[in-house]
Each structure stands twice: as C-alpha cells, then as structure tokens.
Design a protein around this ligand. Structure first.
Ligand SMILES: Nc1ncnc2c1ncn2[C@@H]1O[C@H](COP(=O)(O)OP(=O)(O)O)[C@@H](O)[C@H]1O
Ligand SMILES: [Mg+2]
Length: 457
C-alpha cells in the first residue's frame, strides 16, 4: 500500500482519462501504466493514465471522469494505492445528521450548522467532506445528495458516491431506534462503510459493559439498574447518599440526590420548575411514594448510584468533562478537559442549572495545591483506561466519548457516565478554545485512520 497527497484539477477531456504529473507517476511507480481502476468513495471506474510534465503532485481528472464519478471539487486530497493498479482518492467523509425544524438554506442543520461547518472546514485540505441526512441517500443508485461548503462558507448540494466513512451525529435518541435508522445501519454494514459512534448510550448499558472489567470497575461508583425499593434503601444505608438518575437521561433532567441520616431521616434534592428543592421525609416509604407519584412506571428506567463526595469550591461540588477522541493511530486521547462547578444547591454541575465552567487547573488547585498536576495526570490515565474498557465491550466502532468524571477529596477518580455523542459546552471556555479545535481535527484524523488514508504507525 502506498499513500501520498496530491492536488486535484479538472481538465476538459470527455474521455475517461487522468493526467498525472511526473513526480506523482514516479512516487506511485506508475511508469508505463496504461489504465488504472480509479476509486472515489464506493464508486470505481477504469481510467486511462497519461503523464503530464509538471513539478509536484498533480492529478487532472477529465470531464468524463468527473461526471461518471461525481467528483465534488478540486483541491488537495490524498491518493492511496491499495493494490497494484487501483488508485483511490479522497477519502470521502460523510457526516450524518438531521435537518431539524428550524433549518433554512443558510443553516441547513438548524442549531448544529455551526458545528458541522467547523468540522467540514477542518478537514477541507485532507479529504472530501460533506454532511447528509438519512433522507439524502439513494440506495438504488448508491448516491448521496450531500451538503458541501463553498470557499465563502456557503452551502451547496451535490450528489456523490457512498462515502468511505460516516461520522454519526444524528441528534435524536428516540429516532435511533426507528426502523429507518436501524435499516440505515444494516446498509452501512452491508456496504462495508465504517461508522462511528453509532448511538447514544444508556447509563445502565455502560455500567453493564464495565461490570466484568476489574480495572474499570474500580472507578465506577456502585451502580444498580432498575433497583427495587429494598435495594435503594440498602444503598442509602451503605453509602449515606446516592444519585438516582434516568438511564436515558441527559442535562441533569430527572436526577435526584437522595440522602439518609440515621436520626433526621431521608432527604431528596432535585430540580423543579427551574429551581432547586430539598424535601425531607421521615420514612423511607414516604420518600418512595414521592418518587412513584412523580414518575410512576418510568421509575423502572432509573439507575441508582453510590454518591461520591466530590471536591468543592465555596461549598459547591465540582466535576469534570473529559472529551475523549481516538487519534489517527487508533489510540484514545483526552483532547479536552473542562471542570464544572455546581450552582448553589444544585444536584448537578450543568451550566444551565447554574453551573460554572473552570479549567481543570483552577478546579484542582483549591483542594490539591501542588499535587494538582499529579491528580490530573492520574485522571487522564484513568479516562483512557475507561474508554478502552467501554470499547472492548461495545460491538461497534467508537471514536469519541464524553466522560463525566468526579474526583473525591482523596484524589480518587470516578466515572458517572459516558456520553457517546458529547456536547461541546466546555470548549466555550476561553482557555479551552484550542482544545475545541483539536477535537475537530481528531475526528478527521480518525476518519483517515478508519479509511486507511493515514500512514499507520
Ligand atoms: N454518583 C454520583 N456522585 C456524585 N455526583 C454525581 C453522581 N452521579 C451524578 N452526579 C452529578 O450529577 C451530574 C449529572 O449526572 P450524569 O450521570 O452525568 O447525568 P446526565 O446524563 O443528566 O448528565 C454529574 O455530572 C455529577 O455532577
Ligand atoms: Mg452527564
């Protein structure tokens, strides 16, 4: 296999012919070759090879080729020779998402448009990138009507072959289970198109994945899926406080912090109508009645988790988001780390519940002083181990995970949940902007790795 980069130009010939500059011919060891199988995404055609005298790596695609292969644009991409006589250019990377209700031509993906634009821009000199929705695929002709970015940042539509890889950012947890989306996954598998990350995680699925993993388990607070009332009571007596959370929840919605005090009884802290409430119950049964009244049978979709005594600043708990990516060598890297300080009286640290973003250094200094670096390094190592453990126990390819990590006063590291389609709020902190850019480039690099358009070390 050989890999090189080249500049793609368009030529007016109507035949299916490619012109290669002499240095490119030489680097591909193509001297004397008459024809080649040319590949873009899942499309292949036979092309005549002609030399052209020009310095540097240049590839001229005739109009005949462009039309039958639907080459999206000129510019810098990679060239790969997988087998003798087969030349693949690209890669063609598809970002799968949804148009959303508030879409318009300037913002085809509603609130996600800025994020997708940034991702396409990041990869523009390395690959052909486009975004698409499930409706944009034509399986009969194996074509996708993609959204591409022009040089001034505007959007245009163009049909292209099926991509080499798909990065999935479908935003709806519910839609993932629809038959349309399940079919889509089967079709990607059948067409050998790698994709990541397929779906959102449920908390209980992640806890189950780590259940047998001795190393990872050390960092998981004791967690029970769909606990019976007796189990909740037992965990409250054992740990003094627990978190009670909907398994498919996010943004802190529906979470309770339950506390047991041997003489004063039971307490439930949670968020209601935009404020924080704290209720006291003299008996365990009255606490359970309140939960049942509020949630009914959906309580079966809750998990119960040992409470961790987090480090604090001004009496407010702090936790961390480790934004993890696979890199171009298929290794997990903690690319972005943000700390979040809970709002006064809030059960969670979410910004929209009054939480405040901090750098990890600011967050750790108050508790660990000069040991802060050491604690952060340890947390980084643990975050990598946790991702590896999740990956080992998950049947599909993973390339990005947002870990919610707690650090207790003894410096022990705990994971509360792993998000398979993590938000990017931490990158809003001025000190984390460059980590936000790294996050985009890691997605592109991992796409290059999955499509083998990257030298593997
Ligand atoms: N077991 C726990 N011990 C201490 N704090 C917790 C625990 N579980 C959750 N939290 C706090 O609540 C927040 C939200 O919990 P999380 O499991 O991430 O749910 P969500 O899906 O709503 O984000 C965490 O970021 C953390 O601040
Ligand atoms: Mg969370």
């Amino acid at each position: 296999m050989s890999l090189t980069s080249c500049h793609v130009h368009f030529s007016p010939h109507s035949d299916k012919v490619i012109h290669l500059s002499s240095p490119l011919l030489k680097s591909l060891k193509f001297a004397g070759k008459k024809t080649v199988q040319l590949k873009l995404g899942k499309e292949t055609i036979r092309a005549t090879v002609r030399p052209i005298r020009k310095a540097g790596h240049h590839l001229y695609l005739s109009a005949g080729i462009r039309q039958s292969m639907r080459v999206p644009k000129r510019g810098q991409v990679s060239l790969m020779q997988v087998e003798e006589g087969e030349l693949q250019f690209g890669p063609l990377i598809g970002i799968l998402t949804d148009a959303g209700d508030k879409s318009n031509p300037n913002s085809p993906f509603a609130g996600r448009t800025g994020y997708i634009r940034q991702l396409l821009k990041t990869g523009e000199s390395k690959a052909y990138l486009f975004a698409f929705t499930p409706r944009d695929i034509n399986w009969q002709y194996n074509l996708v009507n993609g959204y591409f970015l022009n040089s001034s940042g505007g959007w245009y539509r163009q049909q292209v072959p099926l991509p080499d890889v798909v990065y999935n950012r479908l935003p709806s947890r519910k839609a993932e289970h629809s038959s349309t989306i399940m079919n889509l996954r089967e079709k990607f598998i059948k067409n050998k198109i790698p994709f990541f990350n397929w779906s959102f995680f449920n908390k209980s699925d992640v806890y189950k994945m780590l259940d047998e993993d001795v190393e990872a388990l050390q960092h998981l607070p004791e967690s029970v899926n769909n606990p019976k009332p007796e189990k909740i009571k037992e965990m409250l007596e054992k740990h003094q406080f627990i978190y009670f959370k909907p398994t498919a929840g996010s943004l802190g919605i529906g979470i309770y912090r339950l506390t047991y005090h041997p003489t004063r009884g039971y307490f439930a802290r949670y968020r209601r109508n935009g404020g924080n409430v704290l209720l006291r119950f003299t008996t365990f049964n009255s606490l359970m009645r309140m939960l049942q009244a509020r949630h009914g049978s959906t309580l079966s979709q809750y998990v119960c988790q040992q409470g961790v005594r987090l480090i604090e600043i001004d009496g407010c708990p702090i936790d961390f988001r480790f934004h993890m990516h696979k890199d171009g060598n298929n290794e997990w890297v903690p690319v972005g780390i943000g700390a979040k300080k809970a709002g006064k009286g809030s059960v969670t640290t979410h910004i929209k519940n009054g939480g405040q973003l901090l750098t990890p250094e600011q967050a750790l200094k108050a508790t660990f002083g000069s040991r802060s670096d050491e604690v952060l390094e340890k947390a980084k190592e643990v975050s990598i181990k946790l991702c590896e453990a999740i990956e080992r126990n998950f049947p599909h390819t993973l390339g990005e995970l947002g870990l919610d990590i707690g650090i207790d006063k003894d410096g022990e590291i705990w994971m509360f949940e792993a998000n398979a389609k993590p938000g990017r709020s931490i990158f809003g902190h001025p000190a984390l902007k460059s980590q936000g850019r790294d996050s985009y480039s890691h997605i592109i690099d991992y796409c290059l790795y999955l499509t083998r358009f990257k030298g593997r070390e």
